[in-house]
Design a protein around this ligand. Sequence first.
Ligand code: NAP
Ligand code: G4F
Length: 344
Amino acid sequence: MKKKALIFGITGQDGSYLAEFLLKKNYIVHGVKRRSSSINTGRLDHIYQEPHVKKRTLILHYGDITDSLSVTRLIKEIKPNEIYNLAAQSHVQVSFESPEYTANADALGALRILEAIRFNKLEKKTKFYQAGTSELFGLNEKTPQNEKTLFHPASPYGVAKLYAHWITINYRQAYNIFACNGILFNHESPRRGETFVTQKIIQALCKIKLKKQKTLYLGNLYSKRDWGHAKDFVRAMWLMLQQKKPQDFVISTENQTSVKNFVNIVAKKLKLKIKWRGKGINEKAIDETGKTIIACHTSYYRPLEVNNLLGDSRKARKQLKWKPKFNLDELISDMISSELSGYY
Ligand code: NAP
Ligand code: G4F
């Protein structure tokens, strides 16, 4: 019998790669998509064209993680072997603008799924993956950060994810549900949303190179992130649910770069010669002709910033036998070539 997986957040970056990964492993994949006024399955549509994806192996359902009835009904009907909760309002800056919605989706969303597993008496059958985040470390700048590092979230997003982290542990301990938290550091890809900084930089610098855009506006250039490739990270999610006992794992590349250095690498790959001038909000990059092609703008600064994220993923490397296949250079090349070819 084929295993059944249910992915909340299947239309997102990770959801689409995870769906592909599980289909290749011969799963029947069910996914939850939200009703939206324009089509939101762009990251999935190509899957139906692939020869190994037979009819009825990728099945999409309407639902919403903020709607207990739809969550409970879908879990009751599908009775999945594995549930991946990737659904979230996943933008840190937006969480300062929509804190209550972020809490509802990102914190209570996890609770709704766990409670539905229990309510439908699926504790022994259904394994649960919760999409945790390095944002949990927040203001705790002691690096590298691992499973034992103290959490100090620094945004409504981080605080909501902290609840989801602990409710996952609580249901594991109280009801013996096979429930795992992945504490994933930043991961990107050609499918990354356009308002996250890596994709924003790559898309803008490609357009500037092609003379289709004049200036890229950014916020804090000095925050440091441990950026990996989403394809590597979804493999780790699946591995966590294949272990003998449920545990929590940090997933990271163990390499760190600043936003400014990320810009420099992309510019170099695109053969855009830039020179940095000024400081703080007045810092900018000019091209060979002296034109400003990158500038800072107050609207991209956050009320509170997470400056320093660098993961120590030794536990995952040892127990899951996981390690990333992409390094930063390969990630950036993949994103640039997809952007220039107009295909992801
Ligand atoms: P993403 O591209 O923003 O995808 C989020 C997904 O959640 C989308 O499918 C979105 O649907 C869905 N969603 C949002 N609100 C929902 C709701 N109320 N009901 C149902 N679905 C909803 O995020 P991602 O980068 O793939 O990340 C996946 C998960 O990992 C998220 O939980 C994120 O917080 C977490 N995470 C991400 C990273 C990272 O660096 N990428 C690192 C650590 C943790 P629409 O397509 O309709 O918007
Ligand atoms: O790309 P970002 O928006 O990602 P951030 O805030 O690190 O969050 C991402 O990673 C988390 C894992 O640690 C996930 F949980 C979360 O869901 C999301 O996927 O920003 C990265 C850094 C920040 O320090 C930000 O202040 O880039 C800085 N930045 C500078 N200028 C900018 C910009 N970020 C954005 N989005 N846009 C800018 O113009």
